[in-house]
Ligand binder design. Structure first.
Ligand code: BDP
Length: 700
């Protein structure tokens, strides 16, 4: 009896440890089951050797070797051992070779087949680390190493995650639990998660982490908090990741007791200089600051009649002797009811071009408003030739279902990166105008890091695109799916199709035809196109849709706000005429009558309703695709994703029905064929309230 109980618990335990809980992300390193494939790799990875000039005792090299040995032990069941004696060809040896920086630049690497062995060449430690992750990825994906000659160099120098994490452990717009950074127990308690986080980031080339919220807290600069930050930096360092902090502009007052934070005040400058010096004594490779100033209630230089450049430059001067940088956010707008919010960042920052210090970068959100399911690219890209810019993307899904909807963001990221600004002539893509990419992280304490299992794919995609913005969304997701799920190629292909299609599906059920910011108050979660009572005009969905009995849409042409004039003439030409403007941006740039005839011959009202319906049908398609994988992927994640898809289907209907109910109350037109009557009346949708939806911010 006792024996069988023990056996029962043993079995339970085995089941538990082998269950796919998603913690390992895409670094699963499970045993390769195809024996011929496995033995091919075994022959390749018998030993490793450090060439001259490679410091195998450096923390980064040790991390790289550890990762390689762990990965190969898992996948091949072998123990990669250091080589002894002279090098023999054909012996399955992996050689680390240091080369001069003029051969392979910073963080780059080359992998070549050397007659049965492999050579990994790099000019710095980070290059070796990235090369190791590349090799591991190839083995994970079962790719042949025969005759390979691969050379990789990151396209962008700044590849950074922005955590909107607060010191109390909450995450602004976080939907996967609490912050992974436990400020209370740092610096002594070093959670294994910190290392695993760094490994995951490094595996996709992320080389920076801003660990605090842009809505910043001056407390981070207190000595004890700096010690905590330093402990995190120590964990990140071997993985090539620099730590950055957000700087609250009023810190000299709140923490330093000064009576001003005026950037031109000598005492303020001295305070920052001293604080920065103090940070560098603890974190010698500290990356620098991210600053949200004079935006949504955050303090900034404008309070003292100083410009954003004067504010940024003061901090930049304090950081410059240490090679630190300032990432100054362009996310600013005021509450002038007559202004078009979409124009304000450009108006504020273009005149400042050329006045920033060399170590300042201006961080610009992908669209001119705020991380909507779809926006055209921000007109700032390419418009400040003397000021380096960073592209800020939101990986956390604040406006795309808040973490419960399956929406692959890579198609949205690539849409922006590939967009042609025409600022320096044809081919001036957004990607070509930026120095790096910043991604607002979607990571939290949930066991699988991101809540919805598919949200991991966005973290992965962000890193890969920061490394190489020319990668296609399909190629990235093909990697992620193959690394994250086992099974026949059909499994990965289905997952890729779902991720690729899902973004347009979401746009359709939330904000079709160029609508934006239609989310309800506070939670940014469900629909609220009728909302018009918020304190600031540009927080109201009605401000954005401008719908009335005559029509819908925001006129940003010459007859309206003329935001269009902020773009290059070629871009203006694409969007200026509603007859030729791509439908996906139609209502972003144009206010049109309900019976406007679309390019496909439909009237606008019918087309709008159909798009909502298509979005809902898209969620049903997603669920059916996933259903087809039952029994083909692990049951744990299959069930989890199935449940999330149920939420998404229900909420897509809510979006469709609430939006149609409201807009019909204005258009007075009948529903086109194939679009069902909303389940409830408008009053019902208006009455819904979700005070405890995650990520609610009391201030907006
Ligand atoms: C908005 C979020 C808010 C952020 C802000 C920002 O709602 O929580 O603080 O962006 O980027 O989208 O600063």
């Amino acid at each position: 009896m006792q024996k069988s109980l023990i056996l029962f618990f043993l079995l339970l335990f085995t089941l538990r440890v082998s269950a796919e809980d998603g913690y390992r992300l895409w670094l699963r390193y499970d045993r390769i089951t195809d024996e011929s494939v496995r033995s091919g790799y075994v022959d390749r990875f018998a030993t490793f050797r450090m060439g001259t000039g490679v410091d195998s005792s450096s923390a980064t090299l040790r991390a790289a070797i550890d990762e390689l040995r762990t990965g190969l032990a898992g996948m091949l069941g072998t123990n990669l051992a250091p080589a002894r004696g002279a090098q023999k060809s054909g012996s399955g040896e992996l050689t680390f070779a240091r080369v001069p920086a003029d051969q392979i630049g910073a963080e780059g690497y080359r992998i070549t087949d050397t007659d049965g062995g492999l050579r990994l060449s790099a000019s710095d430690d980070a290059g070796f680390l990235y090369g190791v992750f590349h090799l591991l990825r190839m083995v994970q994906m079962g790719e042949s190493l025969e005759g390979i000659s691969i050379e990789e160099q990151p396209e962008k120098a700044v590849r950074i995650l922005n955590h909107w994490d607060n010191l109390d452990g909450t995450v602004e717009r976080g939907y996967a639990g609490f912050s992974i950074f436990n400020w209370h127990t740092l610096p002594e308690i070093i959670d294994q998660r910190y290392t695993d986080y760094a490994r995951a980031c490094a595996s996709v080339g992320i080389n920076g982490s801003v660990v605090t919220n842009v809505n910043a807290n001056a407390l981070i600069f207190r000595e004890d908090y700096l010690d905590k930050a330093a402990a995190l930096a120590d964990v990140f360092r071997p993985y090539g990741i620099k730590l950055y902090l957000t700087a609250r502009f009023s810190s000299p007052m709140e923490l330093g007791g000064l009576d001003t934070a005026d950037p031109l005040d000598p005492a303020v400058m001295a305070w920052w200089k001293e604080k920065v010096d103090e940070i560098y004594t603890r974190i010698p490779d500290f990356g620098g600051f991210v600053v949200k100033a004079n935006s949504e209630g955050q303090p900034g230089p404008r309070e003292y009649g100083r410009s954003h450049a004067e504010g940024a430059n003061m901090l930049a001067d304090a950081l410059a002797p240490h090679d630190g940088i300032v990432m100054w956010r362009a996310f600013v707008y005021n509450s002038d009811p007559d202004a078009d919010r979409a124009m304000q960042a450009y108006e504020e920052f273009v005149p400042l071009d050329g006045t920033f210090r060399d170590n300042v970068m201006v961080q610009v959100k992908n669209g001119p408003i705020d991380f909507q399911p779809r926006e055209p690219f921000s007109p700032l890209f390419g418009a400040t030739p003397k000021t380096p810019l960073l592209l800020e993307l939101q990986i956390t899904k604040e406006y795309l279902g808040q973490g419960t909807h399956l929406v692959g963001l890579a198609p949205m990221f690539t849409e922006t990166l590939e967009a042609d600004t025409y600022q320096q002539g044809k081919g001036t893509t957004v990607a070509s105008t930026v120095r790096g990419l910043a991604g607002v992280a979607n990571i939290g304490t949930d066991r699988n890091w991101t809540g919805h299992p598919f949200n991991q794919a966005d973290w992965y995609a962000f890193g890969r695109l920061a490394w190489d913005p020319a990668m296609s969304a399909e190629a990235i997701y093909a990697e992620w799916a193959a690394l994250t799920y086992d099974g026949e190629p059909e499994v990965a292909q289905t997952i890729v199709d779902m991720l690729i299609e899902s973004r347009e599906i979401c746009v359709n059920y939330m904000t079709p035809l160029g609508l934006a910011h239609q989310m309800a108050t506070g939670h940014h979660y469900g629909p609220g196109p009728w909302v018009s009572n918020l304190g600031r005009p540009e927080w109201n969905p009605a401000y954005y849709n401008r719908a009335d009995s005559n029509g819908i849409g925001f006129d940003r042409t010459e007859s309206g706000s003329n935001a269009l004039a902020q773009y290059a003439p070629q871009v203006q030409a694409m969007f200026a005429d509603p007859k030729t403007c791509p439908p996906k941006y139609l209502l972003w740039f144009h206010h049109l009558p309900w019976d406007w005839e679309m390019q496909n011959g439909e009237i606008l009202w019918d087309e709008l309703c159909r798009r909502y319906q298509e979005g809902v049908e898209g969620t049903e398609w997603l669920a059916a695709r996933w259903q087809s994988l039952e029994g083909k992927v692990d049951p744990e994640r299959h069930q989890q994703v199935t449940q999330y898809l149920e939420v998404q289907q229900r909420e897509a209907k809510w979006w469709r029905d609430a939006s149609i109910a409201y807009f019909r109350s204005l258009s007075g037109l009948p529903l086109p064929e194939g679009v069902p009557e909303p389940e409830h009346d408008l009053a019902y949708y208006k009455g819904l309230s979700y005070p405890y939806a995650p990520g609610i911010q009391p201030q907006w």
